[in-house]
Design a protein around this ligand. Structure first.
Ligand SMILES: *[C@@H]1O[C@H](CO)[C@@H](O)[C@H](O)[C@H]1NC(C)=O
Ligand SMILES: *[C@@H]1O[C@H](CO)[C@@H](O)[C@H](O)[C@H]1NC(C)=O
Length: 167
């Protein structure tokens, strides 16, 4: 998830973005709304992003978990990472944006354990942040908990940039 923008390297400043989820738990096959947005006090906008879920377990760092669903392709680009279709999303255009929201669907088996979302955010060619992580989502495999909230509408805008090769 490292954009190649020589000679620039990832920003070490605090990212002016938040990565949040509709629930602190997830169920096998359940859905979660994931929101990336600029912090309220900031006038920053972003042009590009790359977003995927990852497992907290073992060597799963390199492997995305689950897939995004109902991807509006006018706003987003659905990517195949590690042979997992739609496991990663990126922008569809370089329009400046303050917020993107996506729906993620958990795998039906519970082998991934606790997960988190990780994003790369590109403000412009020279300024980007890598590995902006959400809080962990605990796997709830009790089978009787409510599924996550489904995003009512994808409120979006999106962008270009050469992120797509780097999932
Ligand atoms: C991946 O997303 C695209 C775009 O929304 C959709 O057409 C396709 O059916 C999805 N594939 C899978 C395996 O979810
Ligand atoms: C996000 O999580 C990964 C995996 O634990 C870690 O390597 C990375 O440093 C984290 N990112 C930040 C900004 O802390």
């Amino acid at each position: 998830m490292m954009p190649v923008h020589p000679p620039f390297s990832p920003s070490t400043r605090d990212p002016p973005f938040t990565l949040s989820t509709s629930s602190a738990t997830y169920t096998p096959g359940g859905v979660i709304t994931v929101t990336v947005e600029v912090v309220k006090s900031s006038s920053t906008e972003f042009q590009g992003f790359l977003l995927q879920a990852r497992s907290r377990q073992g060597n799963a760092l390199l492997w995305p978990v689950g897939k995004f669903t109902n991807i509006d392709t006018s706003l987003f680009t659905a990517l195949t990472c590690q042979n997992m279709k739609n496991s990663t999303v990126s922008q569809a255009s370089a329009a400046k944006k303050k917020k993107v929201q996506l729906t993620w669907e958990a795998p039906r088996n519970s082998g991934s354990g606790d997960i988190y979302f990780s994003a790369t955010l590109v403000q412009d060619y020279t300024t980007f942040w890598v590995q902006l992580n959400s809080s962990s989502l605990r796997l709830d495999s009790s089978g009787n908990s409510a599924a996550g909230v489904i995003s009512s509408s994808a409120l979006l805008f999106i962008n270009l940039l050469s992120l797509s090769a780097y999932c």
